[in-house]
Ligand binder design. Structure first.
Ligand SMILES: *Cc1c(COP(=O)(O)O)cnc(C)c1O
Length: 449
């Protein structure tokens, strides 16, 4: 099956159905997985054993003709929908004009237009500037560089359950050892970890959780040494953990009082995912810096740091950048995606999807005490699986459910510090029928476990 086969064109015109024609993986997919095992480094894993050949709307089609319902959006990346027609057109137009000049050598308009859009769309009406990079981890690295340069301080605080990437500094910021850190040290220095707010497990109010975090910071680091506090407004890989009300505003206020740069890592929560353009808005906070990536460019690799002009301008010329940062093809895709977020009703669509997900999962929870918690905002909803008697995390059940869903043609992803959370983050281009069918499969699988 070749990629030039026009019957395999992706995007929303792809037949929107769950279709299982072979066992998963089918023979063609298995062939690719065998080649992968022989040619690709073992550290690069995969969770859905298929060879993807097309995707769009709410489905991913494999080389064996199976069509899987996509409740993962490539980890919150294809939020506007895979192969969104406007993104495809923008990429095709740009790629035929020029593919690269290096923005640090010969600037071009689309990079500036993406920066302008980010400055306009991110929370707060203060003067803002942006810089573009290739990946979420690279954006986080640069946000820390900028905060250190601006404050003249070195320490950085991250939280329990945090995920910020797999590069050296972001591994240090990330909380979970397996699979992200084990054996990959030594890690970057001057990174400190403090307790987060995890209402289902810590039972604390937002004010109590913030007081605990702040007291740890003051005692173990000292505000005078602290350049930045970085946090995901809703923790993603850590388990879609929504902090208790008041937690984030209290941390932001403390940062402001102490000249500490508050960085919101919205790489996963940004761009309509939570039903707001940025999750910070849900909590009424205005970050000093905000990192974005994933949903920004409809699947093309792009990332950004956006924030207060006086902080963003702290670096000398040449201190920030990179060969590919703000690649023109990725910028064209970002402009088309941002236009879709603003003009295709996607914030409302994320809220509708969230209502469906939450209603269905809460009704499952009512009849099944193994679902300890249902939480999230918009199209970023999760269910946490536990031993009903002890609330102990049940990672084995979680992984069995995810595997069984995939075998039935529904892509679901797990997450969580304890590996006991299934997260639902479909593309916003998914239709209600397909979303309900996906949840029917989850319900049936759960009953059978
Ligand atoms: C995925 C993610 C990152 C890392 O992004 P990459 O593009 O994979 O480097 C950083 N922060 C958060 C919150 C993420 O979800």
């Amino acid at each position: 099956m070749s990629l030039t086969d026009t019957s395999l064109a992706g995007g929303p015109s792809l037949l929107q159905e769950r279709r299982i024609q072979t066992a998963i993986p089918g023979p063609r997919s298995q062939e690719l997985l065998d080649r992968k095992a022989a040619a690709v480094a073992a550290g690069v894993g995969h969770t859905v054993p298929i060879e993807a050949v097309a995707a769009g709307g709410g489905v991913v089609v494999d080389a064996d003709g199976n069509s899987l319902i996509d409740l993962g959006a490539g980890i919150a990346v294809t939020t506007v929908g895979n192969a969104h027609p406007a993104v495809v057109a923008a990429v095709q137009e740009q790629v035929a004009r020029f593919t690269h000049t290096c923005f640090m050598i010969s600037p071009y308009e689309s990079y500036v237009a993406v920066a302008e859009a980010l400055n306009r769309l991110t929370p707060g009406d203060h003067a803002k500037k942006s810089a573009l990079f290739n990946s979420g981890a690279e954006a986080v690295e640069n946000a820390v560089k900028i905060a250190r340069k601006h404050t003249g301080r070195q320490a950085v605080v991250a939280f329990d359950h945090a995920y910020h990437g797999r590069t050296n500094m972001t591994m240090a910021l990330t909380a979970k050892a397996m699979p992200y850190k084990s054996g990959f040290g030594p890690f970057a220095s001057e990174i400190y970890r403090v307790p987060a707010s995890y209402p289902y497990r810590d039972g604390l109010t937002g004010a109590e959780a913030a007081a605990k975090a702040i007291s740890t910071i003051e005692k173990q680091i000292g505000a005078d040494n602290l350049a930045a506090v970085i946090i995901e407004p809703i923790q993603g890989e850590g388990g879609f953990i929504v902090p208790a009300e008041g937690f984030l505003p209290a941390v932001v206020d403390w940062c402001r009082d102490n000249g500490v740069v508050f960085i919101a890592d919205e790489v996963q929560t940004g761009f309509a995912r939570t039903g707001a353009m940025f999750a910070s808005e849900l909590f009424g906070i205005v970050p000093d810096l905000i990192t974005t990536a994933k949903g920004i460019a409809g699947g093309m690799p792009l990332a950004a740091v956006t924030g207060r002009s006086e902080i963003m301008d702290a670096s000398h010329s040449g201190g920030l950048g990179g060969t590919y940062g703000g690649n023109p093809v990725a910028c064209a895709a970002a402009l088309a995606s941002i236009d879709a977020y603003e003009n295709e009703g996607l914030l409302e669509r994320a809220q509708e999807i969230g209502t469906i997900l939450r209603t269905r999962l809460e009704s499952l929870q009512a009849g099944d005490p193994r679902i300890g918690d249902v939480r999230g905002h918009g199209a970023m909803i999760a269910a946490e699986f536990v031993d009903p008697a002890t609330k102990a995390p049940d990672a084995a059940l979680t992984s069995a459910i995810a595997k069984a869903c995939i075998a039935e043609g529904v892509i679901v992803l797990t997450c969580g510090t304890y590996g006991n959370v299934i997260r639902f983050l479909p593309p916003l281009a998914i239709g209600d029928d397909l979303l309900h069918e996906g949840l029917d499969v989850v319900a049936a699988v759960l009953t059978a476990q």
